[in-house]
Design a protein around this ligand. Sequence first.
Ligand code: NAD
Length: 523
Amino acid sequence: MKEQPPRAATHLESMDRATGETIGRFECTTAGELGRVMEHARSAQRDWARLGAAQRAKRLESLASVMLARAREIAEVVARETGKPLGEALLSDVLVSLDSVRWHERHAASLLAPRRLAHHNPVFKGKRGWVEREPYGVVAVIAPWNYPLAIPMTTIAAALVAGNAVILKPSELVPWCGALVGELFDQAGLPVDLVQVIQGPGELGRALIEAGPDKVSFTGSVATGRLVAEACARRLIPSVLELGGKDAMIVLSDADLDAASSGAVWGGMTNCGQACLSVERIYVEPGVAGRFTELCVEKTKKLRLGSGLDPETDVGPMIHERQIERVERQLADAVKRGARVLTGGKRRRDLGPMFFEPTVISGVEPEMLLMQEETFGPVLAIAPAADAEEAVRLANETPFGLGASVWTADRRRGESLARQLCCGSVMINDVVSCYGIAEAPHGGRGASGWGRTHGESGVEEMVQVKYVDRDVFPRGTKPWWFPYDRGVVELAEGMLAALFGARAAERWRGLRNAWRSYRARRK
Ligand code: NAD
C-alpha cells in the first residue's frame, strides 16, 4: 500500500510549562488559506498607508491603553505558556511592548517625514531633491516563543507606523500569546485585517514566505534563520534576521564584584537562560576570578525555582524537552573535558516536567560545546582569561555577534573594550536590558543575523526609500543631453577642472570654458 503523507496538525495545544497541563487549543491556519489572508492584508494596507504617518501613529494610542488595562491578565498568560516569572512577564513583555508602542507613537511622524537633500555639487543647484519613505506593503513577522509579546509588538509597531499591514506567525509553543497579540489590535480598534495572526507549526512559516509578503522580519534560531534567508533569497524578498547569540561578559579586576556577580546571575538565568542576549560566556581577569565565581555560586544557590505564577519564583521551567536535552548534552561534554559544575546541573522532575537547576560551571575551554553552541538555558559558564585583551579575543572568537558586556570602574577602558567587541550591542556594567530601550537599535552580526529592530533603525527596516527630484527650470534642456559633439567634450572637461582642479586659476579657467561651451550649446 502507498504510504500516506503525514496529516497536517489541525490544532496547537497551549501548555502550562510549570505543570505540563494543557490549557488551551488553537485552530491552525492551513497553507491553502494563506492566499486569502494575503489578499485581506493587501486590501487593509492600501487604506492604512493613505492615512499618513502622523494619523497612523495616533491610532496606536488606543493599543497602549488596551495593553495597560489588560497588563496583569496578559502577563499571566505569558507566565503560564513560557514558564517565566510573572514579574518578568510584566517587565520584559508588557512594559517593553508598551514603551515601544509609545516610542513609535511619538517619533514616527518626524522619522517618516520627507527629508530634503541639499545638493553639494553646484551643477545640481537647480534641482530640489528629497527622500520619501514608503511602506513595503505586507510584512510577515515570524516570531519565537521566548518574548512572545515584546518581540512581535516591537516589530509590528514599526511596521504599522511605516504604513504596512502585518501577518504574524507566532511560535507554535505559545499560541495563546500569539492569539492575544491579535486580540489586542482588534480591541484597540485598528482596521480589520491590518494585523492578522496565523497559527501553526514551522511549516506554516515556510508557507507564509512562499505566499509572497513584501518583507520578512524573522526572529528565531540560526538553523531556521538559514532556511528563512534561503527562501527569501529565492523570491528576492528583503529580510531582517534576528538570530541566536553567545554573548560574552568580560569582568575586569576593578569591577564592582557584587554588582557584576548579580548581573551575571540575572543575565544568565532570566527567562531561565532562554534570552537571545543571555550571558552565555564569562571571562574574568585572574585576580578576581575566584571571588567572582564564589559570589555567582552563592547567589545562584539562593534562586527559587517554581511556577511563574508564584510571585516569589525567581526561575521558572524551561520551554521544551529538546531544550533541556541540549543543556544536558553541553554540560556532559564540558564535564568530560575537565570543566567543573559548582552548583546545579540536574533536572528537577520533582518540581514539574520541565525544570532544570540554575547551574554554574567553571574551567570551561573554547573547544567545549558549551562555548561554541548557543546554550539557551540556565547556565553560567566561567572561563579564565589572562587579561582584558585575551578576554576580548576569546569573546570575538565565535561565529555569533549579538551582544556582550564589559564590567569595570574605568569608563575609558570600558568604552575602549566595547569598541573592540564584534557584535550588535555592548552594555557597560549591565546586561540584557538594552533590548528594553525602545530607541536603541537591536540586532546582530555574523551568525546572529542582519538588520535591526527598535528605534529609528527598526523603522527604516520597514520602509523603502524613494528619492524624488524636481527641476526648478522645467523649460530648459540640459547641456549634457543629445546630440553629442565637440561642445559636450569641452563642457565636460571644463566642469571637471572647475569642480576638481587643484589650483584656483585652473578652477576659474575650467569654469569659464564650461560656461562658454554651455552658452554655445544652448544657442
Ligand atoms: P525557532 O527557530 O525554532 O522558531 C522561530 C519561529 O520560526 C517559530 O515561529 C517557528 O514556527 C518558525 N519556523 C520554523 N521553521 C520555519 C521555516 N522553515 N520557515 C519559516 N518559519 C519557520 O526559534 P525559537 O525556539 O522559537 O526561539 C529561540 C531562538 O530564537 C534562540 O536561538 C534565540 O537566541 C533566538 N532569538 C533571537 C532574538 C534576537 O533578537 N536576536 C530574540 C529572541 C530569540
